[in-house]
Design a protein around this ligand. Structure first.
Ligand code: 3PY
Ligand code: MG
Length: 256
């Protein structure tokens, strides 16, 4: 089976970077996959992206070595089964709040005996290789999002669940659940304390931790702090900031 180079980096303690595919267009995904990211994560949680668009984005990414990840809409075994069957090499599962939810998420992504993922599908094997069924449990990365105070309170119990490849902090939902303003790179003290608690507990259990970053500067600082899995904003955000900055620099009289 094709190796999951991002999972290998996680296991070696190395950082990797990607971005969110929010637009859901295969050509956009293809352009991004040629840009040099380690992975791209198609965001089905907050965008108009269905399973067929996901598969088309995965086709586009497979013109490069960029590893195909997806953030599913929710922690739902039916959805997890389908995104894995169309070739996801990593799944990002939103808002996992308890060890029981963590266990269900991991088991939904693993074939028996480690889990209860159903056997079937075509593209996983076409992309991964003929021994997909034998090796998928080893290669597929399961990333659980920690973005609620309930999860922070039981973070050690969540880390005790076997088979988690990384935790990943959603700064905005975590801020909402703390009742503080959202954004990236939040310096509000309660938010910083929660982020630090998740990172330190992950380190104690030898589980990598990631966080969604708002800029390359933030990524660099997060790497220094020991974070390992970092999306930088999204395709939509990259597009709009490049367009805004170009328009601001044009010196047409009407735009001055
Ligand atoms: C959040 O900030 O809540 C996220 O889910 C980021 O991906
Ligand atoms: Mg979130």
């Amino acid at each position: 089976m094709r190796k999951n180079i991002v999972k290998e980096k996680l296991q070696r303690g190395e950082p990797s970077i990607g971005t969110w595919v929010a637009i859901g267009n295969p050509l956009v995904a293809e352009i991004l996959s040629h840009a040099g990211f380690d992975w791209l994560s198609v965001d089905m949680e907050h965008n108009a992206i269905d399973i067929e668009s996901l598969q088309n984005c995965f086709y586009a990414m497979s013109t490069t070595d960029t590893v195909p990840f997806v953030r599913v809409p929710w922690n739902d075994p039916q959805i997890l089964k389908r995104v894995l069957d169309v070739g996801a090499y990593g799944v990002v599962i939103p808002n996992v709040k308890t060890p029981e939810e963590a266990e269900m998420a991991v088991q939904a992504c693993r074939y028996p005996p480690e889990g209860f993922r159903g056997v079937g599908g075509i593209r996983g094997r076409l992309y991964g290789g003929p021994d997909y069924f034998q090796k998928a449990n080893e290669e597929i990365a399961v990333i659980l999002m920690i973005e609620d105070t309930q999860a922070v309170r039981c973070i050690a119990e969540i880390c005790n669940v076997p088979g988690i490849d990384s935790l990943f902090i959603g700064p905005n939902d975590l801020a909402a659940s703390l009742g503080v303003p959202g954004g990236y790179d939040i310096h509000q003290p309660d938010h910083k304390a929660a982020v630090s608690q998740i990172l330190q507990t992950g380190k104690r259990f030898n589980i990598p931790v990631g966080i969604h970053c708002g800029s390359a500067e933030e990524v660099n600082r997060r790497i220094e702090e020991g974070f390992q899995w970092m999306p930088i904003v999204s395709d939509a955000r990259f597009l709009s900031s490049a367009v805004q900055s170009a328009i601001e620099q044009v010196k047409l009289p009407s735009l001055r």
